[in-house]
Design a protein. Sequence first.
Lengths: 469, 413
Amino acid sequence: MLRTHAPSLDETFDIAVIGAGVVGCAVARRFALAGAKVIVIEKGSDILSGASKANSAILHTGFDAPQGSLELELIKAGRAEYLAIRDSLSLPLVTTGALVCAWNEAEARKLDAILAQGRENGIAELRALSGAQARATMPGLSERLVAAIEVAGEHVIDPWSAPLAYLTQAVALGARLLREAEILAGTFDGEWTLATTAGEVRAHAVVNAAGLYGDVVDQRLGFAPEFEIRPRKGQFVVLDKAAFAHVPRIVLPVPTEITKGVVVCPTAFGNVLVGPTAEEQQDRTRTTVETSELEALLKRGAEIVPALAGMPVTAVYAGLRPATESKAYRVFSRPARRAITLGGIRSTGLSAALGLAQHAERLHAGFGHAFTAPGPAPEVTLPNLAETRERDWQRPEHGEIVCHCELVTKREIEAAFESAVPPGDFGGLRRRTRAGMGRCQGFYCNARLAEMTRGRLSTPLAADDGDEA
Amino acid sequence: MSDAMADVIIVGGGPSGVAAAIELRARGVGHVVLLDREPELGGATRHCAHSPFGMREFGRVYLGAAYGRRLEAEAARAGVDVRTRHSVVRFEDGRHEDGRLDVTSPRGIETLSARRILIATGARETPRSARLISGDRPIGIVTTGTLQSYVAFHGLMPFRRPVIVGSELVSLSAILTCLTHGARPVAMVEPGPHPLAGQPFSWFPALAGIPFHRGAELVDIRGTSRVENVTLRLRDGTVQDIACDGVLLTGRFMPESALFRQSDIGVDAGSTGPAIDQDGRSLDPRIFASGNLLRAVETGGWAFREGRAVGRAIAEDLARDADAGAPIPVTFDAPVKLVVPSLLRRDANATPAFRDFQLRMLRRARGRLSLELDGREVWAAERTWMPERRILVPLPPAAVEAGTVHFRFRETA
């Protein structure tokens, strides 16, 4: 039902992108813009179903990235491209700035080094502030604040619409998306033949952007293991929109050796996020939340911004970061076999994705395989979900408010299903429309959504609809 | 002279909002607008298939949508300007003489104004997220209200073999919904030592052959796309895995108070609904509230009577058109959870809408509950108080004259 983009076997693609996370979507766009015939191969029933579905939605500057690292270079390049293209893709930018907050003298002593590193990383607009100065820019912060560094360029974006826009633009240029297609094996005989659970795909070159399965896919393509994914789980709590007024800025902790620590930040959708935890685990699929960790996050959030105490919880979630044995990005290029691996994109993937795509294009340029002449970049307009811009419910003829908490209209839900990259599962519909994402979590709209989505999702909301007897 | 669009706008077409609208019209208030975001009136009664509604107010019993239709007929007969599919987005800020609401409907957005506004948006159950329950987040975890909406509006079921969490009255209604629609609950779990619903209702799970675990907790949910099984920690500390295809979270109602929470008015820390005075006035004297928005959760009949009383109070307030004075708070000791009304105004209406204080306890507690006005005891009772049960204390006329109004609780061993 979902495999509407089934490839014909006699077609050979220029580029096969493995994984439709934020990195894969950005890579697909970059090569499609360059004139390549692209196919994106995704194991899940929808895009963004791995690491990319759960992050803190921050567009980083790279102020705290390792000096001279590829990660720093690509965060800066990715951020610059996002800022350059976001208007043409109608993507939001919530200009919050960030405060790196020291809550005791020991942490305050580390701020100088953070400031020096940020300046060496070439990040402008860094300011050292006293606790009082920082609180003047964000009065909701606890009086316990000792000192802070302001990073004016850190912003909040919509973490799901951005990659969807990248892929939508690629699809408008002829790229194909193959879902529910797990890579089983790959052989190279001058061209790649990829065996997937949804059939065979032939391509001149492959880009492995498989995130949590980056190491597994490398091995299935026949490469010696260069790295090992060690999933790191992060749990988050999303607080009610009433919290938004208290958190106008991103509040970052002073990182320790072990973890970057708990962030408190606004979201583009008008909520407040508290998280993540950092928990190493073996399992690459289970993203469980745990009562004790969620309670600890709520407590920590209220210590940082006291007005958050008692604020209702809207949502809880957990995601896995594709960490490896090293902090560095694990990027490998194998010109002889025309393969690129973008691995270990740990926690800065959203910021660096467009930069990683540029990097992959540069690496591919050395492979000696040219694309047809690129056409003009197609215009892509995604529905706006951010509270900072006009939403569909503010316009007439929206049909009906389906999700009352997030004011999602019937017109928006129908548009998602009729779009170039329609949702494959309920999570995908939620990410595209925000239906069911609000404070009641579907108390009012879940049944209506079950009715509206009958026969359209891989796992139906209602029992007995499709996949079960 | 006010240039407001209406005399009164009521937000929410459940029993409380409709009762207020009818009462306002009966008392000669000219233009009464009733907004509801759904296509039909009735509020939560529309999907409550097993609860009889209407005996006290209409002298006969209605089930589900039939009660909503009766409300619709009564509102039409009373000349209420009913506008369905209208969602109120926010109270408009600013110091207007009138109350103003930003509203979206299929026509788009508009701002509606009225001399008084009544919010009657009811209550809903606490979702899985806000309960902070551990585990995966697959499809098939819903509340009773959602289950009943599946059945009542769409003829669908979200699962066939759910585990039911909770033992309030609504939990028993949930069992009935399951059994009458081809679903077989595999277990029922109550974290407390006793079912929250009183006898004889609490015998029902056993009669229906559903294993009932008291003092047990849902500690894990597993499933990749749909719920596959759950883990319970039983009263004796052992854990048990149960195969199922859904989790039904029942009860733990909370006021649907987002409009207040997102405004300067805010909510009461105890009830999490808006703080109101003895006439139903909130901290903003142009805005009133009634029904289950005030405290979760009472019956439809209770909400109807409350709406009628606040409707009468609004009519009187419009006629008086005088400042009701600064509110004083009604305070209380733990383990009292909430008190309604939680404000008193000295220069309010001659006859209050609320003749009793309503209290609820956070937990089961044995002790002496007393009401003190300016430190002087005017009422007391000693017994074992149960959680989530209604406690009524007569609101003495002298209370509105007092400087401090406090509910004291002395726990006994």
